[in-house]
Design a protein around this ligand. Structure first.
Ligand SMILES: [Fe+2]
Ligand SMILES: [Fe+2]
Length: 151
């Protein structure tokens, strides 16, 4: 059986969500370490986004007959909203401002974005990418994952 990039990318969403939850609980229990955890979360989300933009969207952009072709520009636009929000929360934390309003915006944007990817884009990828392209995604996610799951 070949690689499933649908599985790998969805799993990466979950692992990044897990880092966000760790950040939120640290913020409550040990605010002095919250920034550090937030930065780990930010890095892994930026790397996930980079993997999509470098390795997945360019392939889909060449397939105008596929329904997911139309999602590419929407997803790129959403990345352009998510990345500044990621930076804004970090700035709030560094300046010790209340970051919760920006966090809520980030969470809502990201939640909708991830759902769109999982419902409309990740599914067909295993059919649309060749083995070499899938392997490149797998390698990128593996090398970029900051906290590999045990086992
Ligand atoms: Fe994305
Ligand atoms: Fe994604």
């Amino acid at each position: 059986m070949g690689l499933s990039v649908e599985f790998l990318l969805s799993e990466d969403h979950q692992s990044i969500d897990g880092l966000y939850d760790e950040y939120l609980s640290e913020k409550r229990l040990n605010p002095a370490r919250a920034l550090e955890l937030y930065q780990k979360y930010k890095l892994s989300l930026l790397r996930h986004i980079k993997c999509e933009e470098d390795l997945i969207f360019p392939v889909l952009a060449q397939l105008p007959d596929e329904p997911c072709f139309q999602e590419v520009s929407i997803l790129r636009d959403e990345h352009q909203i998510i990345v500044p929000l990621l930076m804004e929360v970090e700035r709030d934390l560094k300046e010790r401002n209340d970051s919760s309003a920006t966090e809520r915006k980030l969470f809502e944007e990201l939640h909708e974005h991830n759902a769109r990817e999982e419902m409309r884009v990740y599914g067909p990828l295993d059919r649309l990418l060749n083995e070499g392209q899938k392997q490149a995604v797998a390698d990128a996610l593996k090398s970029q994952r900051l906290f590999p799951k045990a086992g």
